[in-house]
Design a protein around this ligand. Structure first.
Ligand SMILES: Cc1ncc(C[n+]2csc(CCOP(=O)(O)OP(=O)(O)O)c2C)c(N)n1
Ligand code: SF4
Ligand SMILES: [Mg+2]
Length: 323
């Protein structure tokens, strides 16, 4: 009952303001807030995701960045690729620092020392979110901080050499779960980050992928416009760690969605809705076969992953597998 009461309180606090809704690529802002010349790998879809996120957020935005590929490769001293105010903090405290900024701005506004209402975005990789940053994120969501937390998920600790995280999917090879005689790669299932966020009764949480830019950017707008905490979980295929050709990242992201392994959905005030329909699923073998990290899989491993897609399809209302 206490949880329900808290949820109702949050829902009543949701801003009534309508978000900007982008319908086509032509409507997207031309401004670029991630400068070229950063040092992310060629073909890195995390870079594509950050471009899309910043376009949707606009210039009135502060980004708080946990360490990881995006942070180290965009802030090589004395340069920075960020054209919005940007703070680098430690691995574990992105949500805590974002909370401080949001509270300080709120206090300045209340005391009439500023008229500015800024977007506060905390950004972390899967290691910085699923593992080491989860406590700070949980605290910020529980306190009801008005910010958007974005996890860009390349499914391992890429920046330090492709070590597994609790977002690495079952059976994937990383340097700390290499396949061999005694191992078939990652042994555990990926945590459900959106479910964890929703267990905090937050008003908005969603999945996204830069292969679907309009969907991603509309979700950024909604996450920023809602009052209270919002979370966006973005799958960002990584050519270096997943071992595929650098021109294939967007296709791999599309296949993650079209195989049903990465359903695109949003939960608004506790009501979940699929945002990109999948009337016919592709078999998961198409997604797995394009990536070196799955090349050791046996037939039964692929079947187990197909089963996972079937469960997700039943949960989110995706179509049957294309024959
Ligand atoms: C407390 C702490 N432990 C370890 C590190 C080293 N470290 C820096 S980035 C990183 C990996 C980050 O992984 P993830 O959050 O998934 O981001 P990615 O590199 O994959 O983009 C690690 C382990 C650190 N900076 N601080
Ligand atoms: S290792 Fe992967 S996530 Fe990191 S910069 Fe390279 S492609 Fe991007
Ligand atoms: Mg990572």
């Amino acid at each position: 009952m206490q949880g329900e009461a808290q949820h109702i309180r949050r829902v009543e606090g949701v801003k009534r303001k309508m978000s900007t809704v982008y319908r086509s690529i032509k409507e997207l802002p031309a401004e670029e807030y991630l400068a070229p010349g950063h040092r992310l790998c060629a073909g890195c879809t995390a870079a594509t995701a950050i471009r899309q996120i910043l376009k949707a957020a606009g210039e009135n935005t502060v980004v708080v960045s946990a360490t990881g590929c995006v942070e180290v490769a965009t802030s090589f001293f004395p340069q920075s690729a960020w054209r919005v105010p940007w703070v680098h903090i430690a691995f574990e405290n992105a949500a805590a620092v974002a909370s401080g900024i949001e509270s300080a701005m709120k206090a300045l506004y209340r005391k009439r020392k500023t008229q500015e209402r800024i977007n506060v975005i905390a950004l972390g990789g899967d290691g910085g979110t699923f593992d080491i940053g989860l406590q700070a994120l949980s605290g910020a969501m529980e306190r009801g901080q008005d910010f958007l937390y974005i996890c860009y998920d390349n499914e391992a600790y890429m920046n330090t050499g492709i070590q597994r995280s609790s977002a690495t999917p079952c059976y994937a090879a990383t340097t700390t779960c290499p396949p061999g005689k005694l191992s078939e790669g990652q042994k555990t299932e990926k945590k459900d980050l959106v479910a964890i966020a929703l267990a905090h009764n937050i008003p908005y949480a969603a999945t996204a992928c830069p292969s679907y830019p309009i969907d991603l950017m509309n979700k950024v707008r909604k996450g920023l416009d809602v009052e209270g905490p919002a979370l966006l979980h973005v799958l960002t295929p990584c050519p270096t760690g997943w071992r595929f050709d650098i021109d294939l990242g967007i296709d791999i992201g599309r296949l993650a969605v079209m195989t049903g392994l990465w359903p695109l959905y949003e939960a608004v005030n506790g009501v979940t809705r699929l945002t990109v329909p999948v009337p016919r699923r592709e078999p998961v073998s198409r997604y797995l076969g394009g990536q070196g990290r799955f090349k050791h899989l046996k037939e039964e491993d692929v079947a187990a992953i197909q089963k996972r897609s079937d469960l997700l399809a039943a949960k989110f209302g995706l179509g049957p597998v294309r024959s």
